[in-house]
Structure formats: structure tokens, C-alpha cells
Write a protein that binds this ligand. Sequence first.
Ligand code: XMP
Length: 320
Amino acid sequence: MIKEITAQELDVERFINEKVKEIKDTVGDGIAINALSGGIDSSTVTMLGHRALGKRLKTVFIENGLMREGEPDQVARFFLNLGVMVEVIDARKEFFSALKGVAEPEEKREAVTQTFYRNVFGRIVKESKAKYLLQGTILTDVDETVAGIKRQHNVFEQIGIDPQKTFGYHIIEPLIQLRKDGVRKVGEALGFPAALFERIPFPGPALSARVIGEVTPERIETVRRATVVVERLLKETGAFQYMAILHEDRVTGMRDGKRDFGQQIEVRCWDSVDARVATPTRLTFEILEKLAGEIIREVPGIVSVTYNIAPKPPSTIEAI
Ligand code: XMP
């Protein structure tokens, strides 16, 4: 059992000092490696690791082809400004070939997980001679995986997988006792600007969790363009999380006076504190109409836009 530290009881300074020391003690004079996605969890882990190990922490950004518009560059630049070197590794081909023909949600997650940990990361770790992987797993990831709801891509030991045996490296998880609200407090104390620690959550499998059915470069591009619109228009709502989802079903629409058997985007916008339960935000019809108008205009092939009104549970925040 992992002992939870709630955001209310979290003593941020003490937590940071303890974790920095733990990382130092565990890694000794060795090398550790971590993958940064730019989200609050992996960013916080990067700074804790950087404080503990300095240059002995190698931070990589894996360009899996599934990230949002401009994300790899933005993340690398942001950390460079904080004095942390981030190496961007292009692994797009590997991810898309692993996802080819895969439509079932758990198989999709498994394809992303295996490509990430075994192929791409396995290779980088081997080349770097690092024995430790720092990772931003939080308690909600563990809960949902153990409960069999969703296999979060970064959970291993709690479901009986020994990363040392399976992948050849140890995993250090400094945030595992926290939930999202606790991580945000730590990020704030580490000096991240509000723009970063207030960023909405984004899942490990990235946009592949937002494509129903097969994930192809074209379908990712569609959901990526819709995501730009959704994030721009819903930023001001202050909602916990918002997203675009590309459906597999097509519907008849019309464009330029002609029949168009087109694609559908579902918009979700959630009010939540820690992602365990969530309710759809009561957006005004004006915003909903704006979303529809801009998505149809800016995303080729979309003829239908819907808004999700079902709460979690029984829905989940992401669609797969
Ligand atoms: P769900 O969809 O399980 O999401 O209600 C809960 C929160 O976790 C974020 N998140 C993930 N969700 N797979 C997921 O399905 C992942 O690997 C993952 N990583 C993070 C999700 O965005 C939501 O905030």
C-alpha cells in the first residue's frame, strides 16, 4: 500500500528536500535518466532530479508523433531557460508502426507502453549506461491501473511487473504519494511559472488516447488541429481539463453543396479536483457554437461536432 499525502497535509519544502535526498542516495554516483513530456508530473520530476543530480541526470523528450502542436520545441526551450538540457529524440516511425492496425483501447496503450519503455527508452538507457529511470507516476495512475479501469502506461510494480527484469533498469517515482493537486503545489514551490503548473493534464499515450479506432499520422493530425481550437477557446473557462476526440464513426454531411461522408469530433470539458470524479463544465451555448464553427472551419474532413455531457463515473476523462 502506498501512503497518500494529500495536498492539504503536504509540507512542500520538506517534501522537496526529502525527495532530492532520496534521489541522491538511490542513484549514488551513477547516472539517471528521465523522459520529459512537458506535463506537470514529468516537469516536476525533472527539476527534482536536476536538483539532486545536476548533469548526471540525462533528460530526453521523446518525439513520438503523438504530441500536441509545437510541443517538443516548446518544452525543450522552456527547460533550456531553466538551465536543463533536454535532448529531443525522433521516434515517430517506431510509434506509428507499433500502432498500425490497432484499434482496441488497451492494446493501443500496450503498443505505446512497449514502444516507449522497451524499444525507444530501452535503447537510450542502454546507450547512456544509466541504471535508474526517474518517472512522474502519481497515485491516481496507480489506483486506476490496480482497479483495472485503465492501464496507465507508467505503472509496473503495483501490477507485478519488475522493471529491472523486464526492461533492465530501476524506476524511481518521487511523486507516487501525491495526486495532481499536490504535484501542482510542488511545481509552484520549485519556481515553475503559473503557465506550467496550471497546465491542464495530458495523458501519457498523448493524442493516441483521443483517437477512437486506428491511430495513423493523418488521424493524429486531425485531432491535433481540433485540439488547438479546443485549447484556445476553452482556456478562459479555468476548467480542470478539456480535449478533442476523433470518432471512428462517420456521418453524412455536406460541403459546398455536395454530400460528404465526414468525420466527427467530440469535445469534452471537465470540472474536477483530482480526476477521480469529474462533471462536464456547463459551457454556454455561445462557446459551444464557437467551438463547432471553428473546428469545422479549421479541421479538414470534420462535419460533426458534439459535446459530452456524461459525468465520470461512469464515463472516464479520456475517451479510450
Ligand atoms: P481517465 O481517462 O482515466 O483520466 O479518467 C484520469 C486523468 O489521468 C490523465 N492521464 C491518463 N489517462 N491514460 C489515461 O487514460 C494515461 O496513460 C494517462 N495519463 C494521464 C487523464 O488525462 C486525466 O486527467
